[in-house]
Design a protein around this ligand. Structure first.
Ligand code: ACO
Length: 336
């Protein structure tokens, strides 16, 4: 029988600084009313300048290892859009700072779908016998790439990190990931992009002019992204539900990427799931990209929503474009 990746621990961390919609309205032509009604977001956490993604990842990673009851892992995967450096990857430093000497460590870049991609990658490593226990972290500091002059993106994103420990186990165990559906459409890469700072448009030359160039900031075409997010997350969710043999109405909790409450409700509607089964924490943390799903899981667990035996569907969508879904029966774990 094939080896499954089984959820053994979960930990989350958000930086302490809270930025409310009213805080943003003081410096930007926006309002609490617009942000709440168009997105569902009331506040987000932004790291203090000088705090990097790896710092948040270490905090969440520590909590996940504690939750799993063991610091013993042989692979660390960090999903992020905002790595500490273009080179090297953030994961080896995070592994080092967690005291996980010499373990394999690499980053996954799939923007808001990063955590789902990272879990699939970790599950593949477990199935192949490459790893026994994997620490999977989604961590972001979007505050470092948001353009303060762009109200369409600045109000949406927050910083944070969430992590899980996946261990080798049986497919029939509670907590076993019941398959993975992943996809991409690179023809639409310009819809969600940081234009400069990579090899196509190195940032250095423009930066010498003084002010930070607009091309080094995050850019998103909200309206088409909204449409694609609903279509792709619904189709990907259906694929995973088929694989798990679950009817949509039998799902206890839909943990979707926390981009916009209107997207989550539209996906639930398309799947024929009650909106009340949608986990929502974006009102308090905003869109935290690769950290979104583990932060939502942690929030739902701490609010007592997730109980052992619950059927949980996870689905994400993001830049690339990328999307992906997975599902599990909630295990008995103490989250951190
Ligand atoms: N405050 C006030 N007004 C605003 C703001 C703001 N912060 N932002 C935009 N507006 C204005 C616009 O200028 C526009 O004005 P106009 O009608 O005079 O032109 C109006 O509000 C409507 O703007 P839209 O962009 O059409 O607003 P929409 O309802 O589409 O909401 C939003 C925008 C929230 C970005 C939405 O499109 C969305 O959620 N998109 C999907 C985001 C997503 O799914 N991301 C996931 C992937 S992200 C990733 O991978 C990193």
């Amino acid at each position: 029988m094939s080896r499954a990746a089984v959820l053994a621990g979960l930990g989350t961390y958000v930086p302490p600084r809270v930025v409310t919609n009213d805080d943003l309205s003081r410096d930007m032509d926006t309002s609490d009313e617009w942000i709440r009604s168009r997105t569902g977001i009331a506040q987000r956490h932004w790291a203090q300048p000088g705090t990097a993604t790896g710092d948040l990842a270490v905090e969440a990673g520590e909590r996940a290892l504690k939750s799993a009851g063991s610091g013993d892992v042989d692979l660390v995967v960090v999903a992020t859009t905002t790595p500490d450096h273009p080179c090297p990857a953030t994961a080896p430093d995070v592994a080092h700072r967690l005291g996980l000497n010499a373990v394999a460590a690499y980053d996954i870049a799939a923007v808001c779908s990063g955590f789902v991609y990272a879990m699939a990658s970790a599950a593949g490593a477990i199935a192949a016998g490459i790893a026994e226990r994997v620490l999977v972290i989604g961590a972001e500091t979007y505050s470092t790439i948001l353009n303060p002059a762009d109200r369409t993106t600045s109000v949406i994103f927050g910083d944070g990190a969430g992590a899980v420990v996946l261990r080798a186990g049986e497919p029939s165990e509670p907590g076993a990931l019941l398959g993975h559906d992943l996809g991409s459409d690179g023809s639409l890469k310009d819809l969600i992009i940081v234009p400069a700072g990579g090899s196509r448009h190195p940032a250095g030359a423009a930066a010498e002019s003084g002010a930070r160039p607009a091309e080094t900031y995050f850019h998103m075409e909200g309206k088409p992204v909204f449409r694609h997010a609903v279509t792709r997350m619904a189709a990907s969710s259906r694929a995973i539900l088929d694989r798990a043999g679950w009817a949509p109405e039998s799902v206890d909790w839909f943990v979707g990427h926390q981009a916009n409450v209107r997207i989550l409700h539209a996906v639930a509607d398309q799947l024929g799931m009650a909106r009340g089964r949608t986990v929502v924490n974006l009102d308090r943390v905003g869109n935290t990209s690769a950290a979104s799903i583990p932060l939502a899981l942690g929030d739902a667990a701490s609010r007592g929503l997730l109980t052992p035996g619950d059927r949980v569907l996870m689905s994400a969508f993001g830049g690339g474009l990328t999307w992906g879904s997975t599902a599990l029966v909630w295990p008995r774990i103490v989250t951190g």
